[in-house]
Design a protein around this ligand. Structure first.
Ligand SMILES: [Mg+2]
Length: 259
């Protein structure tokens, strides 16, 4: 992908973990730059593969980092996953969920029941209370041919101290326990569900928006899959892929100069 034609750009989509903050610690170079962009009237949305918080909780966290934003400009995999289920299954159906309270709440809000019995599909995301029992229940349902709806494939998450296991590590254990006939779909990046929702909220065309992320295999690949411009920042996870390239690579957002 070639460089960015700044005259065309009217908005930015920012990933959160590793771009705006690490754990509870804001990345000051990023928050400063994002505020500058907002002042210059660029439209800004935040988009996260992280399913552990509600839009309102993410909003509070972003405001605490020093960026004033409305929660509707935050697109989470919990919301996108619940939207996906609502399109695919009848209201009132039973869904088995391995995941956070926020994820379960979004699914309940769409009028689905969370249960182990007569299940239509299994949803899996980051669950900090994951255990052997949950993997057993999920894999036994999936072995009967039900669909695994996974929030996101990120294997690790950057935090204040270093890293912690991401949803992808939990989901992978369910996949391994189920066996080769598993049917699955990932809602988060590198799939493009979240980006489409973000563009809708911003009322902008993908040609006028740049996606900023810290992971080649999720953020930058999603932008590439959708033929969008992207910026890779080195403030989050380490990247090993040589195949995926961002339009621009920066040590930090401090180094972003719009000409
Ligand atoms: Mg990230």
């Amino acid at each position: 992908m070639r460089s960015i034609d700044w005259k065309k750009i009217k908005g930015f989509i920012f990933d959160l973990d590793g771009v705006v903050y690490r754990g509870n610690k804001p990345i000051i170079t990023a928050t400063k730059k994002i505020n500058e962009l907002i002042k210059k009237n660029y439209k800004v949305t935040f988009l996260t593969n992280n399913s552990t918080k509600s839009q309102k909780e993410f909003c509070k966290k972003i405001i605490k980092c020093g960026i004033n934003i409305n929660s509707r400009f935050i697109i989470t995999t919990s919301v996108a996953t619940a939207n996906f289920i609502a399109k695919k299954y009848k209201k009132g159906s039973n869904i088995y969920v391995v995941g956070s309270r926020a994820l379960k709440n979004e699914i309940k809000r769409k009028k689905f029941k969370i249960s182990k019995k007569n299940v239509k599909a299994v949803v899996a995301g980051l669950d900090t209370n994951i255990n052997y029992e949950k993997i057993t229940v999920a894999s036994n349902i999936l072995r009967k041919g039900k669909l695994l709806i996974a929030t996101n494939p990120d294997k690790i998450l950057p935090n204040e101290k270093g890293f912690q296991p991401g949803a992808g590590s939990i989901i992978q254990s369910i996949i391994e326990a189920t066996g080769p006939k598993l049917k699955k779909i990932f809602i988060g990046k590198p799939n493009i569900f979240l980006i489409k929702e973000a563009l809708k909220v911003m009322k902008l065309n993908k040609k006028n928006v740049v996606l900023v992320g810290d992971q080649l295999e999720t953020d930058i690949l999603a932008a590439k899959n959708f033929n969008m411009k992207s910026i890779l920042v080195e403030t989050g996870v380490p990247n090993n892929s040589k195949k995926i390239k961002a339009s621009l690579k920066l040590k930090s957002l401090k180094n972003l100069f719009i000409e």
